[in-house]
Design a protein around this ligand. Sequence first.
Ligand code: ADP
Ligand code: MG
Length: 270
Amino acid sequence: MQASLFSRNANKTKIIVVSNQKGGVGKTTTVANLASSFSRLNKKSLLIDLDPQGNLGTIMGIDYDQRDHNIYTVMSKDSMINDAILQTKDKNIDIISSNMDLAAFNTENTTMLQKEYILKNTLDDLLAKIDKYDFIVIDCSPTLNLLSVNALVAANYVLIPMQCEYLSLEGLVQLLHTIKLIQNNYNEKLTLLGIVLTMFDKRSNLSRLVANEVSQFLEDSIFKAIIPRTVKISEGQSYSKSILDYDNKAFASIAYLDLAKEILEKISKY
Ligand code: ADP
Ligand code: MG
C-alpha cells in the first residue's frame, strides 16, 4: 500500500513501451539507442526485453549464459528481480533480458485471473525496492499477444517506431485502435508519447511520401527527429554498440539524441 502511494515510481521512473505489431521496423534498435541517448543526458534506464527472441540482450552485449534469471523467471516468481537485473557496458543502462522460454508466457497464463497485469505488478514491486531509474524502456515482440498487452498495461507511455514504407499506415491505424482498447479497459493513463519515423532514406520518394502522409494524418504525434537509414546501425550492433558509441557524429546518432531530448521535453509537460 505504502509503496504504491509513496514510492518514487509515481513521480520519477517513467515506463515507456516501444511497440509496433510489425517486425523489423526498428523497435529493438530504438530501445537500445534511446537508452544510450538518455545516458548521454545523464538519465538512467532499465531495459526490459519482452521479446522471446532476446535480440535486445544480444545487442546490449548480454550472453545467453547470463540469462538464467530473466524477465520470464521474474514474472513467474522463480527469480528475484535483483538477480535478473544485469549491468551493461554503459553505466547508465541496466537490462532484464529474455530468451525463448518467454514465449511460454502467452500460453501458460491464458486462464489466469488478472493475467494482463502480471508485468505491471512485477514492475510495481521492482519500483518499490529500486528507485534509481529515470526510465524503464520495454521492447516488445512484433505480435499482439498477452505479452504485448502486459507491456501496454504496465507502461505510462507508448512510443511507436514506424518504418517509412508503404503499408505502414494501415498497421498504425490498427495499433492506435489497440492502444484505445487498452486505455478503455486496463490502463486509462497510457499516453501516446509519439511516433518516430525510422529507416528514412532521403533518396527514396517512397520514404518522403510516407513521412508526409503520416505527418498529415497525425501531425502532433510525430517526433521532429527522424531516424535515417544507415548501415552503421547494424554495424554497431554487431559489436554490441549503440550508434552513439559506434559513431557519435553519424546522422543517426544525432537523430536518436534529438529524439531523447524531445521525449524529455514532452514528458516534462505531462
Ligand atoms: P524490430 O525490433 O522492430 O524487429 P530492429 O530494431 O531489430 O526491428 O531492426 C530490424 C533490422 O534493421 C536490424 O537488423 C537493425 O540492425 C536494422 N535497423 C534498425 N534501424 C535501422 C536504421 N535506422 N538504418 C538501417 N538499419 C536499421
Ligand atoms: Mg525487435
